[in-house]
Design a protein around this ligand. Structure first.
Ligand SMILES: C[S@@+](CC[C@H](N)C(=O)[O-])C[C@H]1O[C@@H](n2cnc3c(N)ncnc32)[C@H](O)[C@@H]1O
Length: 278
């Protein structure tokens, strides 16, 4: 049963004919959607700061084998899940609040022949659609900003992970006080945005039974990444056709610009945290 807030969040992320527009963008970029490799989706299917580079940077700190049971919380259209599965041989379960993303995630895995290694379910992080103690690793990329009840999020992560399992997250957090200028990629307005400080994340995680094993603020990486991305757009006169703008309606450019402005100002930063279930 979804709350009003969850309905708002899912509608924020629902765009018209997403799969069709991704396929058209692939054709425009010279790819053949009927004969596609997973890496050709990377421009659009990793909807977080730094894309697949940031995913690799987080994965480099984790130990994953082909027997690791991986859960991707708020998996979006499944890019990080497919990347983990393709590069480690692990089987990955992803779930997401936005039904359209789950339909698209499964369809994209079909297109790249990865349906057996990845499965995607609709569900909320505050009532995860999976059993107790059933995963060795949970990942979460840029999802907490949409979740008001972080106690429920961490309680649920603790429930579904096996003893000694790892919870690795990469979320945008509030690193200084001050008003924020909306819209952002995760919210049109403040009512749907639940940004918290790193200290709040850590204290809630601790209460849920996690131990922090590492933390890294990715501000410098973010600014360098967007400098390069904005310079490429200026040079080419448009973003690459297969890009995350496909996921952000017609205010995509404004959302990204506002985000980078707040990162530069020091008010927001994407932060990695790796926890162990103790
Ligand atoms: C910025 S996108 C990131 C998607 C994906 N993790 C990625 O990096 O490509 C945020 C995602 O969080 C999902 N989300 C927001 N609130 C959620 C919740 N309560 N439970 C599960 N997913 C949620 C949204 O539907 C959306 O797919």
């Amino acid at each position: 049963m979804s709350t009003d807030q969850e309905i708002n969040v899912a509608s924020h992320y629902t765009t018209d004919n997403l799969l069709g527009r991704i396929k058209s963008a692939l054709v425009a970029a010279g790819s053949d959607p009927e004969n596609l490799q997973a890496h050709e989706l990377k421009g659009v299917d990793e909807f977080h700061t730094g894309g697949v580079q940031a995913t690799d940077d987080l994965l480099a700190q984790l130990s994953i084998s082909n027997t690791t049971r991986v859960l991707d919380i708020g998996c979006g259209i499944g890019g990080a899940s497919r990347h983990i599965a393709a590069h480690t041989g692990a089987t990955v379960t992803g779930f997401d609040l936005t039904p359209d993303y789950i339909t698209t995630a499964n369809a994209l895995s079909d297109l790249v022949g990865m349906r057996k290694q990845t499965q995607f379910l609709t569900g909320s992080a505050v009532a995860m659609p999976v059993g107790d103690n059933s995963f060795d690793l949970a990942t979460m990329f840029h999802v907490g900003m949409n979740i008001a009840d972080k106690h429920a999020l961490f309680r649920e992560a603790h429930r579904v992970l096996a003893p000694d399992a790892t919870f690795a997250l990469f979320d945008i957090m509030q690193t200084d006080t001050g008003d924020l200028t909306f819209p952002f990629p995760w919210a049109e307005k403040a009512d749907w945005s639940f940004i918290e400080s790193p200290e709040t994340y850590k204290s809630i995680a601790l209460k849920a039974g996690f131990t922090l094993t590492s933390e890294r603020n990715r501000r410098d990486f973010t600014l360098a990444y967007f400098d390069k991305a904005f310079a490429a757009i200026e040079k080419n006169g448009a973003p690459h056709p297969v890009g995350i703008h496909l996921l952000m309606k017609d205010t995509a450019a404004q959302k990204l610009k506002n985000y980078v402005t707040e990162v530069k100002a020091g008010k927001l930063a994407p932060v990695e945290m790796i926890f162990r279930k103790s």
